[in-house]
Write a protein that binds this ligand. Structure first.
Ligand SMILES: Cc1ncc(COP(=O)(O)O)c(C=O)c1O
Length: 343
């Protein structure tokens, strides 16, 4: 039996052979003393790529988001965000515990929040609602089928936010770059802080980055320490992270083409499921299916793993460790899958 075609998430990617070699050879020091040369190189390379003054290497995307909340908000304030964003829905309540904030969850059906809704939330603070300390966005937006933001909308959002900072959860920002041709630094320009994951589509085994201005990133370094995220000889993890940035971004269009192929198969099998294949621009396909448990079981029996992100919403994610043959196996399994169009 060949290895399963794992479409559950792009977090399942394994480090490439080049990454394993780089890990073995990495020059290291104690990063808590600021002495790990490989971590420094990664932080500088990432800051330069994002057009920000400084960057911080952290163990996970969740920690990067949580640190941003810690340094940009005050307890008792509100953070405006799309209601299906990772920071709102998938971080085990961390924001309430670590930052003492309350979310104002906005409609994010198309993956973006509306600038007018942000203006409304800011004005509502005059009428018993909590003051808005931060706006969070997600680019690409996972639950919206990996949709990249629209740059014009982002610029309008920055105007609507006024003095309120914006944090971008760019776990898959390089997928947005690959899909739109808009450089990560252009996406990052209107926002205060931006986080990207090296451990998802870019194949690094561990690690995410948080970028912003130098003073903020110094605060973020202290916040990381308080959360127990100081990593000592972390150069062995930063070395594959550098390769993630330099070697892995250019291949992302392959993942996007494979996701488009899956989207066509889904739309053919369930024409009324609401998936427009042309809306799939990056590496994530989400669609409604009224019996997702039966569908996942069918796919698994054909050697294809998928994931349900809501009771009736199935997700397929392409990545480096799934090739064309794997996609064709998934396409065949979809063609013979049970009914289940959402009515
Ligand atoms: C959009 C988004 N943000 C943040 C994260 C958190 O990243 P990590 O799993 O590295 O903590 C994820 C993880 O899947 C994600 O999809």
């Amino acid at each position: 039996m060949p290895e399963a075609v794992d479409l559950r998430s792009d977090t399942v990617t394994r480090p490439t052979p080049a990454m394993r070699r780089a890990m073995a050879q990495a020059e290291v020091g104690d990063d808590d003393y600021g002495e790990d040369p490989t971590v420094r190189r990664l932080e500088q390379a990432f800051a330069a790529r994002l057009g920000k003054q400084a960057a911080l290497f952290v163990p996970s995307g969740v920690m990067a988001n949580q640190i941003a909340l810690r340094v940009l908000t005050v307890p008792g304030s509100a953070v405006v965000a799309g209601r299906r964003q990772h920071v709102v829905a998938y971080e085990s309540g961390a924001a309430a515990m670590n930052a003492g904030i309350q979310f104002i969850g906005l409609d994010d059906e198309d993956g973006m929040v509306r600038p007018d809704d942000v203006v409304w939330a800011r004005l509502a603070a005059a009428h018993h609602q909590p003051a808005v300390s931060l706006v969070c966005i997600e680019n690409t937006h996972m639950a919206a089928g990996g949709r990249p933001w629209c740059l014009e909308r982002l610029r309008a959002l920055a105007e609507a936010a006024g003095p309120v900072p914006i944090h971008m959860d760019g776990a898959r920002l390089f997928n947005a770059e690959a899909a739109t041709g808009i450089a990560a630094s252009v996406w990052a320009a209107p926002v205060t802080t931006v986080m990207c994951c090296l451990s998802k589509a870019l194949c690094a085994p561990v690690g995410s980055m948080l970028a912003g201005d130098a003073a903020l990133i110094e605060e973020a370094r202290s916040a990381r320490k308080r959360l127990g995220g100081g990593m000592r000889q972390a150069g062995v993890l930063a070395a594959p992270g550098l390769l993630a940035l330099t070697e892995m971004v250019s291949r992302l269009p392959e993942d996007h083409a494979r996701a488009a192929r899956l989207a066509e198969a889904v739309a053919l099998r369930w024409p009324a499921c609401g998936l427009d294949p042309s809306s799939v621009q990056t590496n994530i396909v989400t669609f409604a299916h009224s019996d997702s448990a039966a569908l996942l079981a069918h796919l698994e029996s054909a050697g294809v793993l998928a994931h349900a992100i809501a009771p009736d919403v199935v997700r397929l994610v392409t990545h480096h460790d799934v090739d064309d043959a794997g996609i064709e196996r998934a396409v065949e399994a979809i063609a013979t899958a049970p009914d289940g169009e959402k009515v």
